[in-house]
Design a protein around this ligand. Structure first.
Ligand code: DAH
Length: 363
């Protein structure tokens, strides 16, 4: 049998060199497919004499490998050419501005809550939470608020119609019940703030039925009012980002603290607006009440199962919405909760552009 392997190879190589992708596939089937010419040659090896096979075997195998390689190389070249051609016709301008689409913003209340958590974390306070649906024992009784206290009257408190386990359920009227829950669940020393939603039946420009408070509580040995005053001063300075903060503690009354103090902060008149900071004694300002505070009443400490002879502490409570209004200059509290996007776009904060305190990535 005479097989001109070289002739077959040079014919196939010539065809491969000019083939497009479809023709290449046809050549592959014609040469290497089941019925292909080279496949046919390989089958003839079986009928050869050993001497002949020794000569033809490597020649036919070499032919098969050379043709398979040539087909693969031509295919890769054609595909690269096609990609180049495609890239040459398609334009992608990496310098075009990206359309960002609608973006949300951080509500001022959330922003202020973050700022509070950050300031108090630096002072070693943890954030505690409690339920918004409370029972009257945690909201009132344990806080030494007697049955006859006006805060319990229906016009202030949202009560639920049914009792649960003999307890009257309500929407918490302040964050102070978190004090009780924390003292009952943790052993002292305790340093917490408890920011959250609170509810009272009230509505005008400075009151909404739902609002936000932050509660502060420290329980330890040997705590006195000096600790309270220093903590509040440090907090107010950090929050308003001013060193010229002057505080005034006014004697007051809260059932859960004794003694109790309302805390005023000095403001200065600037272009007809009250700006927090400066000493009212300088004659160009006045006092603004910002929070309630005091030394935790021994009865409250005892109600939580702690010995008031051993453990003392201070507490404070403050309106978060009011803190936001004072720092960021909003004047109508109701707008906070209207869900008006124009208001949010104006007063909201970009999520990654926190302008204060830790600075954020945008500062
Ligand atoms: N719970 C009080 C309120 O809602 C605020 C308050 C005053 C909380 C004095 C305190 C405090 O912890 O010591 O009006």
């Amino acid at each position: 049998m005479s097989i001109d392997v070289e002739q077959l190879q040079s014919d196939l190589m010539a065809e491969i060199a000019t083939a497009d992708l479809d023709a290449l596939e046809a050549i592959r089937v014609k040469a290497l497919g089941k019925q292909g010419a080279i496949t046919g040659l390989l089958k003839t090896l079986g009928g050869m004499s050993p001497e002949e096979r020794q000569v033809q075997g490597p020649a036919i195998q070499g032919l098969r490998a050379a043709v398979a390689d040539a087909i693969a190389a031509r295919k890769a070249a054609l595909e690269a050419e096609a990609l180049d051609a495609k890239l040459a016709t398609e334009k992608l301008d990496m310098t075009l501005p990206v359309s960002t689409g609608p973006q949300g913003s951080v509500h001022p209340v959330s922003q202020v809550m973050d700022e509070l958590a950050e300031i108090f974390a630096d002072l070693g306070f943890a954030v505690a939470t409690g339920p918004e649906i409370e029972d009257d024992w945690h909201n009132f009784t344990a806080l030494n608020i007697p049955e006859t206290h006006p805060a319990r009257a229906m016009h202030d408190t949202f009560y639920f119609p049914d009792e649960k386990d003999g307890k009257k359920m309500l929407l918490r009227t302040h964050t102070s019940p978190v004090q009780i829950r924390t003292m009952m669940n943790q052993s002292p020393p305790i340093r917490i703030i408890a920011p959250g939603r609170t509810y009272r039946s009230d509505s005008d420009a400075t009151h909404t039925p739902m609002f936000h408070q932050v509660e502060g509580l420290v329980i330890d040995r040997g705590i006195h009012m000096g600790h309270l005053k220093w903590t509040l001063e440090t907090f107010v300075k950090a929050y308003f980002e001013r060193d010229d903060i002057v505080l005034r503690l006014r004697p007051s009354f809260f059932p859960f603290t004794e003694p109790s103090a309302e805390v005023d902060v000095g403001f200065t008149w600037v272009k007809g607006r009250r700006v927090i900071g400066g000493d009212p004694a300088a004659g160009n300002g006045g006092w603004m009440e910002i929070l309630g505070s005091g030394m935790v009443h021994p009865k409250v400490i005892a109600a939580c199962g702690l010995d008031p002879e051993e453990w003392q502490g201070f507490a404070f409570g403050c309106g978060i919405d009011r803190l936001a209004m004072l720092k960021y200059g909003m004047d109508d509290l109701r707008a906070f909760f209207d869900g008006d996007l124009r208001w949010l776009r104006h007063y909201g904060f970009a999520a990654l552009d926190v302008p204060t305190l830790s600075g954020g990535v945008g500062a």
